[in-house]
Design a protein around this ligand. Structure first.
Ligand code: ADP
Length: 172
């Protein structure tokens, strides 16, 4: 799988699926979640509600992923995943890695070959950005998948620069 790093608004990316840093409710929120629901329209929320009723009555667990339509987005699908809230006293890296792994597994199930990921947990959930980038890039690198291209999308220039630096340090 090719791993790329880009700066921009993930809702504009023309890929097969974009990944959403959602919350347990799957019913929308702030950050990238809000942006995806705003840009993608009501169909995404309708499918999230159905997933809640049929499959996740108590919410989508941390580290798991589920796909819906992309609605009005250029991407055909949205893969919703729930990142862990960063905590000083507990290492939740396994849960963060699980987000990337399960998103790739769902992409394989639906046949998505080009994906765009936001920097999961690094916004409202407060994960330190350099570590969030390292976890994202190493997990994408190490997970077997049919996905051909994964783009890590950084919203702002400073985080993009940091991601380029971390990628270089990792030899990617
Ligand atoms: P979380 O709750 O998992 O921390 P957030 O949405 O708050 O999720 O933030 C995750 C990352 O997504 C942050 O680095 C934030 O800057 C970024 N982000 C917010 N909006 C967008 C967007 N439209 N496109 C790409 N990245 C975004």
């Amino acid at each position: 799988m090719r791993i790329e790093i880009a700066q921009g608004d993930i809702t504009t990316f023309e890929v097969d699926a974009i990944v959403n840093a959602a919350n347990h409710s799957m019913l929308g929120g702030g950050g990238v979640d809000g942006a995806i629901h705003r840009a993608g329209g009501k169909q995404i929320l309708a499918e999230c509600r159905r997933l809640r009723e049929d499959t996740y009555p108590t919410g989508l667990p941390t580290g798991e992923s589920a796909a819906t339509t992309g609605g009005d987005l250029p991407a055909a699908h949205v893969i919703h995943t729930v990142g862990p809230v960063w905590a000083k006293t507990k290492d939740k890296s396994d849960e963060l890695r699980s987000c990337y792994r399960t998103a790739l597994a769902v992409a394989d199930e639906i046949g998505a070959r080009r994906l765009a990921f936001p920097l999961i947990s690094a916004g409202l959930y407060k994960w330190p950005k350099d570590d969030a980038i390292r976890v994202a890039l190493t997990t994408l690198r190490d997970t077997p998948t049919q996905v051909e291209q994964a783009t890590l999308v950084l919203f702002d220039g400073a985080t993009y620069d940091l991601a380029r630096q971390v990628a270089a340090d990792l030899g990617l």
